[in-house]
Structures are given as structure tokens and as C-alpha cells.
Design a protein around this ligand. Structure first.
Ligand SMILES: Nc1ncnc2c1ncn2[C@@H]1O[C@H](COP(=O)(O)OP(=O)(O)OP(=O)(O)O)[C@@H](O)[C@H]1O
Length: 673
């Protein structure tokens, strides 16, 4: 029902109030000033009336000059007030946009992985950018001028009626059909606006995927089909935008035509009345200039209604994400101000500086029970109900200090099982315990302090190598949690300080890199930063990344990720591994961390990793027999359960499926290295 939709648009917009509240004084002040400015404009016809009926009729030149000066003064005052309105509202409303964007980002960070699995990233991106910008325009311009127009039209009507009520009725006659037409238009436009904004989100997703997957697209020569998909989507968006433009053009035509006709009719009638002597020329001039002054407020209503509708849609789209419920424990922790996932994890400090309450890193987790899965069942929330769960009663015990390799056919659920330990997903049934403590009952910050993860897909952020690695460290080790926007040579080892003419490491530094440290330059390389430096060096050495990092133009301060240097898949994976081991976590979960390494590097990383694994309790997803050999025991995942557990040798002897897996016949793509 049209009426319902209209009301819901208002309801949607009212949800913005908590964001507007802090700047309400400035905003209403700005609106008041705008109303004043607009009403000042309405004084001009009255001055004109006085001018025509007074000094002009009396041929009083001095009076005409005075009237002209008065008109000029009123005009300047009106312009000054409008400028003041802009000054009053610009800064606070930019703040509103920033606050909304910050809330949106924080909520996205806190939402579970299952939400991000479900939502296309382009939809989120367009809501955080286009929609919020639209809302700022609505709040700074739309709301104000809806109010200004309403007050101006009302004041104008009073002036018109007081000048000549019969003529006023002629001018105001079209008002009723106009309101009705606007209501019809508003509802149609709201639907088109929603469609367009959703289509922008889809288009953003497509562009993002095309940019991220550019190698696949080029490698498989898919640019034509990709371009076709883009054209189809942008064609659809174009269609919607044209439909919007047509709707707008129609309502605009009506909004402009009806008042013009009415003013024309009033002009004819008024002139006749002046000719007959029933009306003074000044009154007619004042009447007509008031009617003309009301033209813009009436005409701009169509545009403002369109803007309001788009803003209502943008608000709905914004709150669709913000209304997504957070997991109860995240909510609780957010309420107590505890870290819920946006900051660096609190993990045990380096040797000699254990964090209070957390087990000291770099040693076995002692008398604990290790990592235990008991009757773990898991089904992806969006999977069809008739499908069996991915994991259907997993029982597995990784003893303290033990390294357990997890093997299984492609799609058997290995990644899913590892993701349950740091609670990227919540178990559907059963429990996972760390040293006897249920991970489901642990605070997330504490869980992250105990478990470090490295995924098969190594993600690097637009930050320096050091910051990327230290992301896995606690606050003490990680002096600068946020990424720096720019590398900047700074006081650190820029190309000049690293020696080589083209930024390559000088021979002495290269040899330093072999056995020494990859210095963190500048403010970090002093005093308290020694521990950070030591942890970083150790992690880089363990992951066999120290040599290539030392050879980077700015060493560990080199910017990597999207806005920095591109690294090879193997280099990225080694940095992700360094991130996982930097804090020497008591529990380590690695999802095939060596998959992108060449045989030579893999052997070197394995040797170093063996040292790390010896001091942690680890679950390592393995596709190659070389990774399996790092483990004390192997668990075979099949049919959603652990089908067999034993040493590599035992499983080779007892399990035909394991033999097949290791010989590569089950996983031709990954096995056989
Ligand atoms: N986000 C998701 N939503 C729904 N189903 C998913 C999701 N992620 C994975 N799955 C499904 O869960 C099953 C297990 O996937 P998983 O990635 O855990 O397997 P895997 O053993 O790690 O495979 P691989 O060895 O190829 O990495 C697959 O059937 C997959 O299609």
C-alpha cells in the first residue's frame, strides 16, 4: 500500500536520530537560518509593492533610490544567511557520516564469519560509501530544504491570501492535485531507488571480483565473458537509472507546469482587475513576485522527495547490516569494552615477559589436557537442511605438546574443523576444549591468546612486513597496532641506508640477514622495542622469511599488501606463518601452511617449523606426505568423522583410504609433491 510505504520511509529516516542527536543544535540552527534566509526573500515583493505604489507612482526619485538600496540590502542579507547555514552544517554532518561509517565498520568486524560468507562484499562496500554519502547530502541539504520549503510556501500563502484572496485561490488551486501526484511519485520512486542502490552493490561486487581475480580472468581468457557480465549488470543499472530519470522528469514537468498555468491565470485576472481599478499596480506586482518566489520551493519539492526516498533506502540498507545480531558473547565483550576482534590479539609475551594470566609462550602448555574435540557436529548455517552436516560427531584428542596432522579427501571438512577452534564458526553440537576449557565459554580475547592460526590463503594487509607479522603478537609486542598509510622512507633503512644502489641489501647486511636480525628502524628500534625486534626476528627465521625480508627495499618496514610491494605466493605464506608463530602460542592451528612453497623452501621451513611445533600443541592440515611427517600422529577425516588416528606408519599399514590419500589417487591436485 502506497501510504504504508510512505510511512515506512519516514520511519526509516527517523532511525538516523541517534546519529543526528549530538549535532542537533547546529543542524537545527542551520535549518533556522535557512528558513530565515528564505523568508527574507519574501520581503522583496513587499518592498516592491511599496516602491511601485509609493515612490514610483509619486515620481519620487530619492524614494526609488532608497527602495533600490533596500532591495539590495535584503538580497545581500539573504545570501549571507544561506552562506551561514552552509558553514553551520558542513562540519557536524561530515562528523555524522564518519560516525556512521565507523559504526558500520566496527559492526562488520564483530559479525561472525558466517555473515561474511553470506554477504557479497560489494554490497557492504556500496553501503559504507555511496549510501552514507547520500545520507550526508540528505541531512545537510534535503532535510533543511524540505523544512525551508514548507515554511516558505506557508508564509508565501499567507502573504498571497492577505494581498488578494481571490487571486490567491487561483494560484493555490493546483496545490491539492500536486500533493496527490507527489505521493504517487514518491512510492514509485522509492522502489526504483531501492533497485538502483542494490544494483550498484552488485556492480561493485562484480568489479571487485574482476580486480581480485584479474590473473584468472586473463589466464583463462575470460575477459570477454567478464565484460559481458559487466555490461549486462551495468545495462540493468542504466535501465533503472533511466526509469528513475523518467519518473523524475514527469513529476518535474507537472510540478513546473501547474504553478506556471496558475500564475499565468492569476496574471490575466490581476491585470484585468488593475485595468478596472479594483486593484493597485503595486499589489499586483507584489502578488506576482510572491507567487514567482514560491516557484522554486514548489519545483524543488520533486527533487527533494527523490532525495528523501533515496536517503530512506540508504538508511534501510545501512541498518540491514547494523541490525544483524552479534553473537551473544561478542555482545557481552563489546559491552565490557573487551577486545572482540578488531585489535591485535592478546597473546603470551616473549620469553621472560609472560602476560598475566595467560600461559607463557615458548613452552609446552604443561599439565593441560591439550586440544580435544568431543562429538563435534557442524553444519553451515546456509546449507540446505536435507544435506548431512559437514562434521558429524568428530572425536579427536591432540595431546599437550603433540602435533597432529589432519588429512582427508578434498571437501572432507578439514578447513571447517580447524576454523572451529578459534571459533570462526560456532559448533552446531559437541564441544572443543583447550586444556579442559570449553572454547565456547572462553572470552574471544583469551581464546586468541591461546590459539594462533595460519590459513591456506595467506592474507597480507596494506602495512609493513613487521606490522603484518606483529599482528599475531600481543599489545606489548606490537607497538603500533594499526597499519601506516604510507611507507615513507623516514629515518629507517630506505634504499640509501640499505646500501645497494637499487635498494638491494649491501653484502654485509645480507650476511647479517643470514644469521642476524631484520632491523625495525626508527622509533621502534630502541629500548622497549628490543623484545619486539627479537620476536619478529625469530618468527621470520622460523618461517624462513628473514632473507627475503632483509632484501626488500626497506627491510621489515617495506609496505606490502594491496598498496605496497607484491610478494610471491610462497613469500606471503611464509609471512602468514611468521604471524602465527610470532607470539609462541601454546596452541597452533595451521591449514596447509606450506602449500605454496617450493620444495627447497618447504624443506627449510619444515626444519624451522619442527622446532616451533615441538613446543606447542598443534593441529596441522596436511595435503602432502612431507607435512604429515612433521606430525607425531595423523588423524584421517572421512564422512564427517575421524576415521582413524595413528602414526603415519600405522595408518599406512592399517588404512587403505590413507594409503590412497598418500599415494595421491584421492587428491590428484594436491598430492604427490
Ligand atoms: N561457507 C560455507 N558455506 C557452506 N558450505 C561450505 C562453506 N565452506 C565450505 N563449505 C562446504 O563444506 C565442505 C567442507 O569444506 P572444507 O573447506 O572444510 O573442506 P576441506 O577438507 O578443507 O577441503 P580442501 O582439502 O579442498 O581444502 C565442502 O563440501 C564445502 O563445499
Amino acid at each position: 500500500m502506497p501510504g504504508d510505504e510512505g510511512r515506512s520511509a519516514v520511519r526509516s529516516l527517523l532511525r538516523l536520530w541517534p546519529y543526528v542527536r549530538p549535532v542537533r543544535v547546529r543542524m537545527f540552527g542551520a535549518a533556522l537560518v535557512a528558513v530565515l534566509a528564505s523568508c527574507t526573500g519574501l520581503v522583496i515583493p513587499l518592498v516592491l509593492k511599496w516602491l511601485v505604489d509609493g515612490p514610483v507612482a509619486d515620481r519620487d526619485t530619492a524614494g526609488v533610490w532608497a527602495g533600490g538600496a533596500l532591495l539590495l540590502g535584503v538580497g545581500v542579507l539573504e545570501a549571507g544567511l544561506f552562506a551561514l547555514r552552509r558553514w553551520l552544517s558542513a562540519r557536524p554532518l561530515a562528523g555524522v557520516e564518519a560516525a556512521m561509517r565507523a559504526d558500520f565498520y566496527q559492526h562488520l568486524q564483530r559479525l561472525p564469519v558466517s555473515f561474511h560468507d553470506r554477504w557479497p562484499s560489494g554490497q557492504l562496500l556500496s553501503r559504507a560509501t555511496t549510501d552514507l554519502e547520500l545520507l550526508r547530502r540528505f541531512l545537510s541539504f534535503g532535510v533543511t530544504f524540505l523544512l525551508v520549503n514548507a515554511v516558505t510556501v506557508l508564509a508565501g500563502c499567507v502573504i498571497l491570501l492577505s494581498q488578494r484572496w481571490t487571486l490567491a485561490l487561483v494560484v493555490l488551486g493546483p496545490f491539492v492535485p500536486l500533493v496527490w501526484l507527489c505521493t504517487v511519485f514518491e512510492n514509485r520512486y522509492a522502489r526504483a531507488a531501492r533497485r538502483a542502490q542494490d544494483q550498484i552493490g552488485d556492480l561493485t561486487t562484480l568489479v571487485e571480483e574482476a580486480v581480485l581475480g584479474i590473473r584468472v580472468i586473463k589466464g583463462f581468457g575470460r575477459h570477454r565473458s567478464q565484460a559481458r557480465a559487466f555490461r549486462a549488470l551495468s545495462g540493468r543499472l542504466l535501465g533503472t537509472e533511466l526509469a528513475k530519470a523518467r519518473l523524475l522528469a514527469r513529476i518535474w514537468a507537472v510540478i513546473m507546469l501547474l504553478p506556471e498555468l496558475a500564475i499565468g491565470a492569476a496574471l490575466v485576472l490581476g491585470t484585468l482587475q488593475v485595468a478596472e481599478g479594483g486593484l493597485s499596480a503595486g499589489t499586483l506586482v507584489a502578488f506576482l513576485s510572491t507567487a514567482l518566489a514560491l516557484r522554486w520551493p514548489v519545483e524543488s519539492t520533486g527533487f527533494l522527495l527523490a532525495l528523501s526516498n533515496e536517503a530512506a533506502t540508504a538508511t534501510e540498507r545501512f541498518f540491514e547490516v547494523l541490525d544483524e545480531p552479534l553473537p551473544p558473547d561478542v555482545l557481552r565483550e563489546a559491552g565490557t569494552g573487551t577486545d572482540t576482534g578488531t585489535g591485535p590479539a592478546r597473546v603470551p609475551g616473549p620469553a621472560g615477559r609472560p602476560s598475566a594470566g595467560a600461559p607463557s609462550g615458548g613452552r609446552r602448555s604443561g599439565h593441560g589436557d591439550g586440544l580435544r574435540f568431543s562429538g563435534v557436529v557442524f553444519r553451515y548455517p546456509d546449507s540446505p537442511v536435507e544435506d548431512p552436516p559437514v562434521l558429524d560427531g568428530v572425536d579427536l584428542h591432540v595431546r599437550t605438546g603433540e602435533t597432529m596432522a589432519l588429512v582427508g579427501a578434498t571437501g572432507s571438512g578439514k578447513t571447517t574443523l580447524t576454523a572451529l577452534v578459534p571459533r570462526l564458526h560456532e559448533v552446531t553440537a559437541g564441544r572443543i576444549t583447550l586444556d579442559g576449557e570449553d572454547v565456547g565459554a572462553m572470552r574471544r580475547a583469551e581464546l586468541r591468546a591461546r590459539v594462533a592460526v595460519a590459513f591456506e590463503e595467506p592474507t597480507l594487509f596494506s602495512a609493513s612486513v613487521a606490522e603484518n607479522v606483529l599482528m599475531g603478537a600481543d599489545a606489548e609486542l606490537n607497538p603500533e597496532a594499526g597499519p601506516e598509510p604510507n611507507p615513507g622512507p623516514g629515518p629507517g633503512p630506505g634504499p640509501d641506508s640499505r646500501g645497494g644502489p637499487d635498494g638491494a641489501a649491501a653484502p654485509d647486511e645480507a650476511s647479517d640477514a643470514d644469521g642476524g636480525s631484520v632491523p625495525l628502524p626508527g622509533p621502534r628500534a630502541n629500548g622497549d622495542a628490543t623484545a619486539t625486534q627479537a620476536a619478529l626476528d625469530r618468527a621470520l627465521r622460523v618461517s624462513q622469511a628473514h632473507e627475503f625480508v632483509a632484501a626488500l627495499p626497506h627491510g621489515a618496514r617495506t609496505q606490502v599488501g594491496e598498496q605496497g610491494l607484491s610478494l610471491s605466493g610462497g613469500q606471503r605464506q611464509r609471512l602468514a606463518l611468521a604471524r602465527a608463530v610470532v607470539a609462541r602460542p601454546p596452541f597452533l592451528v595451521l591449514d596447509d601452511p606450506l602449500s605454496a612453497l617450493d620444495v627447497h623452501t618447504e624443506a627449510a621451513v619444515e626444519a624451522a617449523l619442527r622446532e616451533v611445533l615441538a613446543s606447542t600443541t598443534a593441529l596441522v592440515v596436511a595435503h602432502r606426505s612431507s607435512t604429515v611427517l612433521l606430525a607425531d600422529r595423523v588423524a584421517l577425516l572421512s564422512g564427517g568423522r575421524i576415521a582413524a588416528v595413528g602414526t603415519h606408519q600405522e595408518l599406512l599399514e592399517s588404512s587403505a583410504q590413507y594409503r590412497r590419500l598418500m599415494s595421491g589417487s584421492d587428491q590428484p591436485a594436491k598430492e604427490g609433491s
